[in-house]
Design a protein around this ligand. Structure first.
Ligand SMILES: Cc1cc2nc3c(=O)[nH]c(=O)nc-3n(C[C@H](O)[C@H](O)[C@H](O)COP(=O)(O)O)c2cc1C
Length: 360
């Protein structure tokens, strides 16, 4: 039985470029985000620089080195690396870009590279066009793929006295044209970034695994967790030594849920969960190594969450797996405990309660 069929969605980061108290930025960004949510291609994340709260650039090395000394930089790096395209929502400050936005861009380098970008500007008479112009130069210098489509908003006409935005048709149609252009370029840029072949069918079918899938799951598991073996210096991780029969038994176990994702006939991902009264424990989220970073893991996570009716969902990962930790954080999981397993290695357990599940 297919539990979920969907087109793989790319992550669109909508960056709120102003940070001052009382700013208009979130109103404009939320309007654009709601337009983008209607566009089936994207999963939207609003990245509010006021919440992200980066200090003025304080890294000693050039960002292109990727050598970061501060946690705030590492967190920002994970966030930006996790998005596939960006829309920068910027006001115009003294004919230029607000300092927090320029600062946030300057913090990183590789994380921006080869990703499509567009600008939504707003301002008084100029509609923020001079800020958009200057922002374009920075975006291009970072190797992003800036599209020419622009939405420029005149605040005097489009913001009412209560601070609500009143979009006209040029804004809404402009937003959709921009999103179409971004979607087109995002497909190409993913190939560039992953050095991958085009994924033929956009339709990912997620279903409950059957015993017959056990061999394929085992093969995928060994390929997908090989990087963990290198990261942790351990070729005997349980994910690598688990046998086909053990996986088949799990599939048959009524207290387990095992899902598989297929693109056409190919098994490209899997995840499983073990039910334990009011708690479910998710494990072994895996995606074929040549198809990582295109949203299969996210789709598997939302399918398994939907298939579970436990009040609380937990998962664990090793402390060195920083991108996994950031990924689960973006899905709403929060750290609840850390257990030391020696050699400076910790197992971090994260959890999400039913109230938060809808928001991933
Ligand atoms: C420091 C500052 C400089 C500004 N400079 C300009 C400008 O050059 N051109 C313009 O059209 N509006 C300018 N404005 C007005 C802004 O467009 C307007 O206040 C807008 O709401 C700012 O975005 P925010 O509310 O998200 O900070 C400026 C506002 C501020 C606070």
């Amino acid at each position: 039985m297919i539990v979920h069929t969907s087109t793989i969605r790319s992550v669109l980061g909508v960056v709120v470029g102003s940070t001052r108290p009382g700013r208009v930025g979130p109103v404009v960004a939320n309007w654009f985000a709601s337009e983008a949510e209607q566009h089936q291609f994207f999963e939207v994340q609003v990245l509010d620089l006021a919440m992200i709260a980066l200090p003025l650039l304080d890294e000693p090395e050039h960002p292109s080195s990727g050598m970061y000394t501060h946690d705030h930089t590492r967190r920002w790096s994970e966030t930006v690396a996790g998005a596939d395209a960006f829309v920068f929502v910027t006001p115009e400050y003294n004919r230029g870009v607000p300092a927090p936005l320029k600062n946030a861009l300057d913090y990183l380098y590789t994380e921006w590279r080869d990703k499509p970008a567009a600008v939504v500007s707003y301002g008084m008479t100029s509609m923020g066009l001079r800020a958009a112009e200057s922002l374009g130069q920075t975006i291009s210098a970072l190797g992003m793929l800036l599209i020419p489509e622009l939405v420029a908003i005149a605040l005097r006409q489009r913001l009412d006295a209560d601070g609500h935005i009143d979009p006209d048709t040029s804004m809404t149609s402009g937003a959709q044209t921009m999103l179409d252009a971004l979607a087109r370029l995002t497909r190409v840029s993913m190939l560039l970034r992953n050095n991958a072949e085009p994924v033929d069918s956009g339709d990912l079918a997620i279903s409950r695994a059957t015993r017959r899938d056990a061999g394929e799951i085992m093969t995928l598991q060994r390929a997908a967790f090989l990087s963990d073996a290198q990261l942790y210096g351990d070729p005997f991780l349980p994910s690598l030594t688990q046998t086909r029969d053990e996986i088949a038994n799990l599939i048959d176990d009524p207290s387990s849920v095992v899902l598989v994702a297929r693109l056409g006939h190919r098994l490209v991902g899997s995840v499983r969960a073990k039910l334990n009264h009011d708690r479910a424990v998710i494990s072994r989220l895996m995606t074929a190594p040549d198809l990582q970073g295109i949203g299969i893991g996210r789709q598997l996570m939302s399918s398994i969450e939907a298939a579970l009716d436990s009040e609380q969902i937990e998962l664990s990962t090793g402390s060195l797996s920083t991108s996994n930790l950031a990924f689960y954080g973006r899905l709403g999981y929060r750290e609840i405990s850390t257990a030391s397993v020696g050699n400076d290695l910790n197992i971090i357990t994260m959890s999400k309660t039913r109230g938060r599940l809808g928001r991933s």
